[in-house]
Design a protein. Structure first.
Length: 423
């Protein structure tokens, strides 16, 4: 390292124990710097440590501001150090600027008469800079700032001081870069969280605004279906069916809006899961083989949402099976829970896709076979609904082309009789 100095830095004749103490302190600094995630606290720590290790009256850190093209005091110790923070010094006409521009150590043994001294800083604080040693703080070889030690409490700064300052500056530059990256990541995550909150609020408002007109469409469509005759009956049924599908979309929006929030057990009334499984299978897969135990299989929750979850599972089995391919809906009671399965013999899943399919907007089918409609969140919504009702949902498959089975568990309602075996 080349020195720019008004007097050569001598080699100290210090006692071995003093050298050992200094090295231990530098090791402590290396460990401590990695513990700081806040840049401000990190800079203050570096300045204080520099003052202690070099036994000087003050130390300061100046970082380059790309906007103003000057060096800004970011941390400083000493009686007037705090008043320096935020002020700037020019790259030309200051000792710090010279250190930064030359990208090397600078030692001003008699700074009071040095023409490069930035006198405004001392005049602002009342501090008198008598002697100074400064080193560039580098990231990937390029200077990003300057670390300075001012006014040694003993006779003069020596070469060991400069070497210690270089070590601190090198460690500090890396720590500052890491802290800045962490802060940038934290700000990005905060922004993403805010955008996610705005998205959730929008979904909640949208579903609320859509629910009322869709309910009206369904109601009037049902009236028309009951009153009209002849060919008009087909059109009225189409209105009712479209209204039901639109309400499913609204419920899907509701569940997606809640997916990051309430994952506790969903309160509600007693519902016959057997009726839901039977009805949905009849509507979505008339040829499906349905095997249910005797009794209503009572669970507690929201009937509309549980119906949506089952419908999504049955539709998924139909969409990924060949036309007319077998679909089986089965249920049994075990240890106070109802277990139901939706099984198909369609395209199947690889091991790596058994969890991915529950991620929103993930579709693992071959792009050449995208012959089905939907929002891409059906399985995501089904799992969220079951979790909200205190249950589980997972998939099994022997591999591509060998079908898939979706297993679900829900707790039986406390008023419902339970069993310990298969029907």
């Amino acid at each position: 390292m080349v020195l720019t100095e008004t007097r050569p830095l001598g080699r100290p004749a210090e006692a071995p124990e003093v050298t050992l103490t200094r090295l231990r302190r530098l090791l402590d600094v290396s460990v401590a710097l990695n513990a700081f995630g806040d840049t401000r606290r990190l800079l203050d720590y570096i300045a204080r440590t520099t003052t202690e290790v070099l036994a000087c009256e003050a130390a300061s850190i100046l970082l380059f501001d790309e906007v103003t093209g000057a060096l800004r005091f970011e941390a400083a110790t000493g009686d007037a150090g705090a008043s320096l923070v935020g002020s700037e010094v020019p790259l030309v006409g200051s000792l710090a600027g010279t250190t930064f521009r030359d990208n090397r150590i600078l030692h001003a043994a008699d700074a009071e008469v040095d023409a490069r001294r930035h006198r405004e800083s001392d005049e602002r604080t009342g501090f008198v800079t008598r002697s100074l040693v400064g080193v560039p703080m580098r990231i990937d070889g390029q200077p990003v700032g300057v670390l300075q030690a001012l006014n040694p409490t003993r006779d003069a700064f020596d070469r060991a001081d400069a070497e210690a300052l270089l070590i601190i500056a090198a460690q500090a530059a890396v720590a500052i870069r890491n802290a800045r990256h962490e802060e940038a990541l934290r700000r990005a995550n905060d922004r993403l969280a805010e955008l996610d909150r705005l998205k959730t609020n929008f979904l909640s408002i949208a579903s609320h605004e859509l629910r009322t007109p869709i309910t009206a469409v369904q109601g009037f469509g049902q009236i028309l279906a009951e009153e009209v005759r002849g060919d008009l009956h087909t059109f009225a049924d189409a209105v009712v069916s479209a209204g039901a599908r639109m309400m499913d979309v609204v419920e899907t929006i509701d569940v997606m809006a809640e997916a990051r929030g309430d994952l506790g057990i969903h309160p509600g009334s007693l519902i016959s899961l057997a009726a839901i499984l039977s009805d949905v299978a009849g509507e979505e897969a008339p040829h499906a083989e349905v095997t249910l135990p005797p009794g209503p299989l009572l669970v507690e929750g929201d009937a509309r949402r549980l119906r949506l979850a089952v419908r999504n599972l049955v539709r998924n089995a139909m969409q990924f099976s060949d036309p007319g391919g077998p679909v089986r809906v089965q249920a049994r009671v075990l240890h106070g829970e109802v277990l139901f399965d939706i099984e198909d013999e369609g395209r199947g899943l690889s091991t790596g896709d058994l969890e991915r399919i529950f991620e929103a907007y993930v579709q693992v089918s071959d792009p050449d076979h995208r012959d089905h409609e939907g929002l891409g969140v059906g399985l995501t919504v089904a799992r969220a609904i079951l979790i909200q009702h205190g249950g589980r949902l997972w998939a099994e498959s022997d591999g591509p082309g060998r079908g898939a089975t979706f297993h679900a568990r829900l707790p039986l309602a406390s008023a419902a009789p339970g069993g310990d075996g298969a029907p």
